[in-house]
Write a protein that binds this ligand. Structure first.
Ligand code: ATP
Length: 517
């Protein structure tokens, strides 16, 4: 197993062991590509939502939020193109009987070539040390240049086939590249067929096609159909945005890579409505703004742009922000210039006028839309992957003395303060520790824990990313102070109980993170 695969395995195991993520319905051997968030997971997820929501809604004068229903009128999905046009190309292997997305098989093939490039880079980096110039190396090393050209040619052929809906060309590409089933190495493929990823169900009292309901595959349409409601009730003037966080459902064929690709997941989307002709300017604005949001949490080299070669039918420009997950660079967020496609389609199918009267120009028109769309679960995975480190314990000489520590930004940490009585059998210490818990619980997410030795309790809090451990000892009974241990430096300071709230709150508050934007 490669180091990368081992890291990913460790991350998945850590998520389970420390109550972040469990497989759904595990007692029944699980349901593929569906996951539950545990006690620490839900707190971290809520913090990520808060970071997104506050940056998108609270900090913007012209963006408001909604929470629309998962079920929508079935015509919504006709108008959006999901019923007819949003099909994924599927291919079956006749020997393994496994089904794959044809585009993902081709992408997987290119990833293998990319791994070869990365190996060359690693080797050269070791050889040249500090003098190594990665950009120059990639541009001049013959093997890297050849491999990159190969990737570009394959991806271009795939994009052309997908744009033209040419499933025969896609199959030919798979055969020509001799792509084998990852399960059993067989190259015995069926033709490529189109498959719709929407889950459907039936409305209670209507039978047949008429009563067919879909679980929404994206949250965006709930925003489009509410455009007029929101604009009229909030009196927003263009440009303005509507934000929403909510569940989406896709019957993904290949469910792998943990919470990266799920069948039930959460999206954080914002549709920004603009005057036609200004979309390019806003597209650039949101690209910059969103990258900055990520860079507050993640090192710049972990993020990169990926322009779409194969534009969806509704877009005039689209780009992904890719993140370096433990299994390689993958899409984390999409920024799409969606033109007036959606509003116009709803206008046509509903027969209602969905337009904006512009007081500046005295005209009515259908606004254009620039959207930012990020998967909350993917953001969760990115955050966990960056935060989890195994390091030598600070201040200890022995390199074998290591710890797992989740270096989350304190504003995101599930638990901000752990309250640890040094002796769980001493009535006075326990009473003092409870007093500390009660003093903080209204404003800071705390955890009271007396289930082990202090050393064990510290390690456990490190593993879930708690920035501060507060220890209550015999001295606390005399001086009314507690020892506050910092997760990253392990520096300890004595702080009077009466000052804890004022001292700790600014260090764990979301405001600290938002101030960096
Ligand atoms: P992919 O190409 O990975 O299938 P997509 O381009 O279909 O993703 P969008 O429709 O642009 O994704 O959705 C916006 C965001 O929603 C994505 O950037 C991703 O973060 C998230 N997302 C999409 N599908 C899933 C899924 N099955 N599980 C988890 N998150 C998802």
């Amino acid at each position: 197993m490669s180091g990368q695969d081992q890291n990913f395995k460790n991350l998945v195991a850590h998520c389970k062991e420390y109550g972040f993520i469990y497989q759904s319905s595990e007692v029944y051997d699980g349901l593929a590509a569906v996951y539950d968030y545990g006690p620490n997971g839900v707190l971290l997820k809520n913090s990520i939502k808060e970071y997104w929501w506050k940056s998108m809604v609270q900090m913007q004068e012209n963006i408001v939020g909604i929470d629309s229903a998962i079920f929508m009128h079935p015509k919504t999905w006709k108008a959006s193109g999901h019923v007819d046009a949003f099909n994924d190309p599927l291919i079956d292997n006749k020997d393994s009987k496994k089904r794959y997305r044809a585009d993902q098989l081709v992408e997987g093939y290119c990833e293998k070539i990319e791994k070869k490039i990365n190996k060359e880079v690693d080797k050269a980096q070791k050889r040249f040390g500090d003098a190594f110039d990665k950009v120059q190396f990639l541009a001049t090393n013959e093997r890297c240049v050849k491999n990159q050209e190969k990737i570009d040619t394959i991806m271009k052929r795939m994009a052309d086939a997908m744009t033209a809906d040419d499933m025969v060309a896609l199959k030919d590409l798979i055969v020509e590249l001799e792509i084998a089933d990852p399960e059993n190495g067989s190259k015995n493929w069926t033709d490529v067929r189109q498959f719709n990823l929407m889950f459907n169900t039936q409305l209670g009292n209507i039978s047949g096609e008429e009563g067919k309901l879909y679980l929404r595959p994206e949250t965006a349409q709930g925003i489009f159909v509410n455009f007029l409601n929101v604009q009229k009730t909030t009196r927003q003037k263009l440009p303005f945005g509507i934000a929403q966080i909510g569940k989406a459902f896709r019957n993904e064929i290949v469910a792998r890579q943990f919470i990266f690709r799920m069948r039930e997941f959460e999206q954080m989307e914002m549709q920004f409505f603009v005057q036609p002709g200004t979309q390019k300017e806003w597209y650039d604005y949101w690209k910059k703004t969103r990258l900055n949001w990520h860079q507050v949490l993640h090192a710049a080299e972990k993020l990169r742009w990926h322009d779409h070669d194969n534009l969806a039918h509704y877009a005039d420009a689209a780009v992904d922000i890719e993140f370096q997950f433990p299994f390689g660079f993958r899409e984390l967020e999409g920024i799409h210039s969606r033109t007036d496609f959606d509003l116009k389609a709803h206008q046509e199918l509903s027969g209602r006028k969905i337009q904006y009267f512009d007081p500046k120009t005295n005209e009515s028109y259908v606004p254009f839309v620039v959207e930012t769309s990020i998967g909350l679960d993917r953001m969760f995975l990115a955050t966990m992957a960056t935060a989890l480190v195994n390091e030598q314990v600070p201040g200890q000489d022995d390199p074998n003395n290591t710890r797992d520590v989740l270096k989350l930004h304190p504003a995101l940490s599930p638990i901000k303060c752990a309250i640890l009585p040094l002796k769980k059998n001493d009535e006075n210490i326990v009473a003092k520790a409870k007093e500390v818990f009660n003093a903080l619980k209204g404003s800071i997410q705390c955890m009271y824990d007396d289930t082990g030795s202090i050393g064990k309790l510290y390690r456990r809090q490190d593993a879930i990313g708690t920035p501060f451990c507060l220890t209550i000892d015999f001295d606390s009974l005399e001086d009314n102070c507690v020892t506050v241990r910092d997760r990253d430096t392990l520096v300890q300071e004595r702080i009077p109980i009466a000052e804890l709230r004022a001292k700790l709150l600014p260090r764990v508050d979301m405001g600290g993170l938002l101030a960096k934007l």
